[in-house]
Write a protein that binds this ligand. Structure first.
Ligand SMILES: Nc1ncnc2c1ncn2[C@@H]1O[C@H](COP(=O)(O)OP(=O)(O)OP(=O)(O)O)[C@@H](O)[C@H]1O
Ligand SMILES: [Mg+2]
Length: 368
């Protein structure tokens, strides 16, 4: 979603936050932050951000994000505010989460965690489907196979559609599981361009190479890599990554419109598009071991194809993602539930928007 200024929480919530967070010593019993931390980590991953990218967006040292996510320190009020802003979430959602954790006895599981709370719920609520949700992802078989063919024949492919049409889900729960399952077993570098596309890409590469590296090391490596890619292009780095992992590599640039909405430098935007075009030209055809797939909101398609070389390599490899038709919608609702739920009484499938499955299933599920 595009950034919007987060609404202020109602005064009652603020009061609670102050009561909860301000008094010293530490505001919560020791085991609670770990639960909260793991949920905050999941929120970050849902937004496809590395710790480094999130820390940069929040203006916090990377180490703080690491420690909060590990449960080694409790988040402060300022931390939660900036997090909500960085993830474009209503602050109430973060505060409500905090409240639920605060009231949870240690060791009682992870409340507010949709995967834990609704262990078997077949819908993803407002979140995009992730790779691990592939078994529940239905209704887009035609688009998945179009996209698989497009990325199969070219080094660069894109999914274009309206906001909320299901672009991220299509790549994450549709294409990526297919590519991972292929004989070569593709490695995935996922990133969102944000305001610094090279840093975002470098963060994704470093996280893949050193998943357990300290934040300091990751920050240093990502900064150096980002500078190198900006001046020399991204192809060489990705070739080296592929050799090092002994796997072909697919870059997944989600929310590609951020390049136009978040990046303040026209020079960086042009350079990044140039480097993606170079990559596609250098790695043509079906046998390429480096590929790029991007998701792009339709309203920014014009900006992307205004760059001639980028437009040329994207040409013929774009999958339009329209609203689901009746049969697809039915499949998206019925198939996940068929496996998980015996009764479908009370469902309706009259609408043609992607949101309909979510809106139809979740209330039914929570009122079982
Ligand atoms: N095949 C599907 N079946 C059921 N729900 C789906 C399906 N695909 C997407 N959704 C739901 O639709 C909503 C939008 O999905 P997603 O975030 O993937 O769209 P998007 O096009 O990437 O959105 P944005 O433009 O905000 O990036 C989410 O709630 C997601 O769970
Ligand atoms: Mg998306």
């Amino acid at each position: 979603m595009l950034p919007r200024s987060p609404p202020r929480p109602p005064p009652r919530v603020l009061e609670l936050i102050h009561l909860t967070l301000r008094p010293a010593p530490r505001p919560v019993p020791e085991p609670l932050p770990r639960h909260l931390g793991s949920h905050l980590r999941r929120l970050r991953l849902d937004h496809r951000l590395s710790q480094l990218e999130l820390a940069t967006r929040m203006g916090f040292p990377g180490q703080t994000v690491t420690e909060v996510e590990r449960g080694e320190q409790a988040p402060t009020e300022r931390y939660l505010e900036r997090l909500a802003h960085a993830l474009d979430l209503p602050q109430e959602q973060i505060y409500a989460l905090w409240e639920r954790y605060r009231r949870t006895p240690a060791g009682a599981g992870v409340p507010g965690d949709t995967r834990a709370d609704q262990r078997d719920c077949p819908c993803r609520g407002l979140h995009a489907f992730q790779e691990q949700d592939a078994a529940l992802y239905h209704g887009r078989a035609a688009a998945v196979s179009k996209l698989t063919r497009a990325i199969g024949r070219s080094a660069l492919a894109g999914v274009v559609g309206a906001s909320g049409s299901g672009k991220s889900s299509l790549v994450q729960a549709g294409l990526i599981p297919v590519m991972r399952g292929q004989e070569e077993g593709w490695a995935v570098v996922a990133f969102r361009p944000g305001s610094s596309p090279y840093e975002a890409l470098a963060g994704g590469v470093v996280e893949l190479i050193h998943p357990d590296a300290s934040m300091d090391l990751s920050v240093r490596e990502a900064a150096a890599l980002s500078r190198r890619m900006h001046s020399e292009g991204i192809g060489q780095t990705l070739d080296q990554l592929s050799q090092r992992l002994a796997k072909p590599v697919v870059l997944f640039a989600d929310q590609f419109e951020e390049l136009f909405t978040h990046c303040p430098s026209e020079e960086t935007i042009r350079a990044f598009l140039d480097h993606l075009a170079d990559l596609a030209v250098r790695h043509p055809g079906a046998t390429s071991r480096i590929k790029v797939v991007l998701t792009l909101r339709g309203d920014f398609y014009g900006r992307a194809v205004a760059h001639r070389r980028f437009s040329d390599v994207l040409q013929d490899n774009v999958v339009n993602l329209p609203p689901m038709n009746r049969a697809e919608l039915r499949s998206a609702i019925v198939e996940p539930a068929r496996a998980r739920w015996t009764s479908t009484t009370g469902w309706s499938s009259g609408s043609s928007t992607t949101w309909a499955p979510t809106r139809a299933i979740c209330p039914c599920w929570s009122s079982r």
